[in-house]
Design a protein around this ligand. Structure first.
Ligand SMILES: NC(=O)c1ccc[n+]([C@@H]2O[C@H](COP(=O)([O-])OP(=O)(O)OC[C@H]3O[C@@H](n4cnc5c(N)ncnc54)[C@H](OP(=O)(O)O)[C@@H]3O)[C@@H](O)[C@H]2O)c1
Length: 344
């Protein structure tokens, strides 16, 4: 029986909690792993997530060059409780640079690497991290179908696909009798493109779950960088494929957070203040935090939107988990939307 705080990923039959846990930062030195947070931190975060019923973890072979998968595997072995793992294949390989990935069949080799690092025989959700060249898309879906038939993958997902390629992938998998379970895109209160670029509509029409990455806008939506708070000097380097694009202005390889919240751009922080005031007011009414309101907003919009917030430590894990047991009222949801639109 599906409970309130559970979701089925499309027609795949895979039932997951209504919120996942993103572990791109685990083992990722570029995000401060080993300096700003440690293996103990992520191990405690892992246990806290399971204690709170969050057992759906999203990793990728490229996170920490395989270290994120390895850490997840070790946490699972040490803790012993069952989890659901989602990982990703990238068409360009960082983990095994010598291995050519020009052929879609390279996916099968990469999959074996992920299985080994995770210490499992089957991956619950295996995702393409980025869309391949369109002329190779069908071939990738055929290889993914082969992996499902081999029992190494339970459900298939995509990441960073536009609506056209999503539909093509869905149709090709359907020829194999395999439903497309999910697609993952950047989606948060400050980045709402999935609502207008056709991706959310395609998900609804085709019964595909939308996994929202960067649901906290990389921490910005916790309110910790609000006007009046000190800006961390060298914040962190982001290497996301699809950057946050606050107000449609920035693109490129430099951290958006750093750009937006640099000392030279105080006006940008000011611009977000009306939204934070509303989020804070609603948070206070529910005895919740701004981050919990921002995550709840995503979950209140559509039952098939599943946020995947990252957590580097037990405090963040517990705070994010505290989003599950309540919902915004319709009035609060509408008020946030109206304020966000006025803020643009
Ligand atoms: N498919 C893709 O292409 C793709 C791309 C990006 C991400 N993802 C997935 O989505 C997951 C989440 O994305 P993300 O980590 O980039 O962004 P996010 O979830 O918006 O932000 C996570 C970061 O915000 C901070 N944070 C988390 N909880 C907090 C809280 N309660 N209060 C204050 N700060 C908090 C932490 O960083 P600090 O402590 O440093 O502030 C944390 O690493 C990733 O882990 C990954 O699994 C997928």
């Amino acid at each position: 029986m599906i409970k309130n705080n559970q979701r089925t990923l499309g027609a795949s039959g895979l039932v997951v909690p209504a919120m996942g846990v993103g572990i791109a930062s685990w083992g990722e030195k570029q995000l401060g792993y080993g300096r700003m947070y440690t293996r103990d931190d992520v191990t405690q975060a892992y246990r806290a997530c399971l204690d709170a019923g969050l057992n759906f973890f999203d990793t990728a072979e490229m996170y920490g060059q395989g270290e994120s998968e390895r850490l997840l595997g070790e946490c699972r072995r040490q803790d012993g409780r069952p989890i659901l793992n989602a990982t990703k294949f990238s068409t360009s390989s960082i983990v095994t640079p010598s291995f050519t990935r020009s052929s879609p069949r390279a996916l099968l080799h990469a999959l074996d690497g992920s299985l080994q690092r995770l210490g499992v025989d089957c991956i619950d959700l295996y995702q393409l991290h980025v869309p391949p060249a369109p002329h190779k898309l069908d071939a990738y879906m055929d290889v993914l179908a082969e992996a499902v038939r081999a029992g190494k993958v339970r459900a298939v997902g995509l990441c960073n696909f536009n609506a056209t390629l999503l539909r093509q992938a869905h149709a090709r998998l359907a020829q194999h009798g395999i439903p497309l379970a999910s697609t993952m895109v950047g989606y948060n209160l400050l980045r709402r493109y999935p609502e207008t670029n056709g991706v959310l509509d395609a998900c609804r029409e085709l019964n595909v779950a939308l996994l929202a990455f960067a649901p906290l806008a990389e921490g910005v939506l916790s309110g910790k960088y609000r006007t009046g708070t000190p800006i961390p000097g060298a914040y962190r380097m982001l290497w996301m494929i699809e950057k946050l694009d606050l107000f449609g202005e920035t693109r490129g390889s430099v951290s958006t957070v750093r750009r937006w919240f640099s000392k030279h751009r105080p006006a940008q922080r000011e611009k977000l203040e009306p939204l934070f005031v509303v989020l804070e007011e609603i948070a206070r009414a529910h005895e919740k935090t701004i981050a919990q309101v921002a995550l709840n907003w995503l979950m209140s919009g559509d039952a098939d939107i599943i946020p995947i917030p990252g957590a580097k430590n037990v405090r963040q894990a517990n705070e994010n988990a505290g989003t599950l047991d309540w919902r915004l009222t319709k009035e609060e949801y509408d008020r946030i939307n109206q304020t966000e639109i006025a803020t643009r």
